[in-house]
Write a protein that binds this ligand. Structure first.
Ligand code: MCA
Ligand code: AMP
Length: 498
């Protein structure tokens, strides 16, 4: 495989120690399903047996349709145990993305919904929803294979998404840093409603809960009411809530005038926000409604989580906290020279080094070399200041072509390339417009070919079909021409947005 330092896969320590011994403790709640560790281990072993039956070997790739089901968790845990790398698939992927991901990652087996059209020669196992009936076992029955990880597809400014190779050692290192910072223990149940395809929902929410021996209470369809209900579930000893700022925004709006929801928000030990910046205004809104604040943390797919406000510290509105234990962080200038400033004013790009920094982009040594130097520093593209006490304030990104919408990272170039495939589109510019709810909302500025027609709905549906629904433009503006400078470069700032 085309990635840096393949040895990083090795980690002799079990990723999920509580699954090694059969244990009747509740591990996972999804809708009406509630699985213990022993049941989850049993289902994972059934998955390992299936991998053996169909001839998937250690080091190979298996795609898993990340539908909200305990079997999805069992398949991913089984993959780890068998030394197989998981490619979590968003059930809402468009056809263009599916083709790209399968061609790039070449899974031997795809575990996905019935009727799903697998684009090339892979073994196809239909729907996971009820694939594995729970028995009772422990992973102690097999010898775990350390050669495993995740490939998480993530957008860049241009081109199709890249597969970030996250090793098992990366995951263990980052979860252990978070465990220390948040004093996360087996007494905690995490409540969240994030998709099980990204670092936030999958690595932190699912794997984090299982690594500490706690539980995950997963809410398959986000709504403030459903989150409120899960937060007060009497089965939880103590609760943490993970969400993106858009979710906190919607929860806070719904909590206005809803005393029960306000009360539910007071219940968790920690409310944690990440994946995008939570505005100070939003912090203050939640504080005013509930009398308590939100702990922010900051990370990227490629590095996992870098900074976080510790549980022992009061929330820090506007700041993502200091670097986590085990994370080195520096601010650098445009030449990547270190800026030694702790004044909360001098702005630099965040660079980080830790055992959680990924192994590289799959099949993309060129792109890996752009972000990772020979000393192991990863250059994030995020601009920030640092305070005397080390707290980091994220101000934005170097490139305005990387958009964060609802906590999803979306590359403007990917949507532009998609829309240029539409027979009526001559030119297009995609911009991220500031939005109180989504953080940024995607808008398209389109020039049509002469004598061709297309309306906004048609172009939006074209994007949803090829890419995922969250990449769709929320507005389409038709122009006679795009503003360009003397070099012919599109001037997105002149589109009146930023
Ligand atoms: C809408 N939908 C559609 C259509 N329109 N599906 C098919 N065809 C359509 N025409 C889908 C949407 O994709 C969405 O699904 C659902 O229907 C509801 O639509 P909508 O209301 O428009 O969605 P939304 O309101 O924009 O969703 C808000 C959200 C969502 C629930 C907050 O943005 C979300 O789940 N964000 C989480 C992103 C995340 O996990 N990022 C972590 C990256 P759906 O709800 O499935 O989208 S990891 C990371 O950033 C690092 C490591 C870190 O620091 O954490
Ligand atoms: P992703 O690759 O989807 O993990 O997105 C990573 C990007 O999300 C980072 O480079 C940041 O720009 C942004 N991000 C994540 N957490 C925060 C946060 N707490 N505050 C501001 N930006 C954040």
């Amino acid at each position: 495989m085309d990635v840096r330092c393949v040895d990083w896969y090795s980690n002799p320590v079990s990723l999920f120690p509580r699954l090694v011994a059969a244990d009747a403790r509740l591990a996972l709640v999804i809708d009406d399903h509630a699985w213990t560790y022993a049941e989850l281990a049993d289902a994972a072993l059934q998955h390992v047996a299936l991998l053996e039956r169909v001839g998937v070997e250690s080091g190979e790739h298996v795609a898993v349709w990340a539908e909200p089901s305990p079997s999805t968790a069992a398949a991913m845990i089984g993959n780890f145990a068998a030394g197989v790398t998981t490619i979590p698939l968003n059930p809402k992927l468009g056809s263009g993305e599916v083709a790209h991901i399968f061609n790039d990652s070449r899974p031997k087996l795809a575990f996905c919904a019935e009727g799903f059209d697998v684009p090339h020669e892979v073994i196809h196992v239909p729907s996971l929803r009820a694939a594995y009936a729970p028995g009772e076992s422990s992973l102690g029955e097999i010898e775990e294979d350390a050669t495993s990880g995740l490939i998480l597809y993530t957008s860049g400014t241009t081109g199709p998404p890249k597969g970030a190779v996250i090793t098992r050692a990366n995951i263990a290192a980052n979860l252990d840093s978070l465990t220390e910072a948040w004093e996360w223990t087996s007494r905690d149940t995490v409540v969240h409603s994030l998709p099980l395809i990204h670092a936030h929902g999958l690595v932190l929410g699912l794997f984090g809960s299982l690594r500490v021996g706690g539980a995950l209470h997963y809410v398959p369809k986000f709504s403030p009411e459903a989150i409120g209900k899960a937060l007060v579930d009497p089965r939880h000893e103590q609760t943490m809530c993970f969400a993106v700022p858009t979710m906190y925004h919607r929860i806070a709006e719904a909590a206005e005038g809803d005393a029960d929801l306000c009360e539910a928000l007071r219940r968790p030990r920690l409310l944690v926000s990440g994946s995008a910046g939570l505005s100070v205004r939003e912090h203050e809104h939640i504080q005013a409604l509930t009398g308590r604040g939100v702990h922010e943390r900051y990370g990227l797919t490629e590095t996992l989580i870098n900074c976080g406000v510790p549980a022992s510290h009061a929330p820090m509105p506007g700041y993502v906290g200091p670097p986590l234990p085990g994370v080195e962080l520096k601010l650098v200038d445009e030449r990547r020279s270190e800026i030694d400033a702790h004044d909360d004013e001098t702005i630099g790009e965040v660079a980080v080094r830790s055992n959680a920094v990924f192994a590289g982009y799959l099949n993309r040594d060129d792109a890996t070399a752009e972000v990772l130097d020979g000393d192991g520093w990863f250059y994030t593209g995020d601009l920030a200041t640092r305070r005397e006490d080390g707290a980091i304030r994220i101000l934005g990104r170097r490139s305005t072509d990387l958009i964060k919408t609802g906590g999803y990272r979306v590359g403007a170039g990917e949507i532009e390339a998609c829309l240029l495939e539409h027979p009526s589109v001559r030119e297009v510019a995609i911009v991220g417009v500031p939005d109180d709810d989504l953080g940024q909302r995607i808008e398209a500025f389109v020039v049509l070919k002469q004598s061709k027609q297309a309306d906004a709905a048609e172009l939006t549906n074209f994007v949803i079909e090829q890419l995922s629904p969250h990449k769709r433009p929320r507005a389409v503006h038709f122009l006679d021409e795009l503003p360009r400078n003397a070099m012919g470069k599109v001037q997105k700032k002149q589109l009146g947005i930023r």
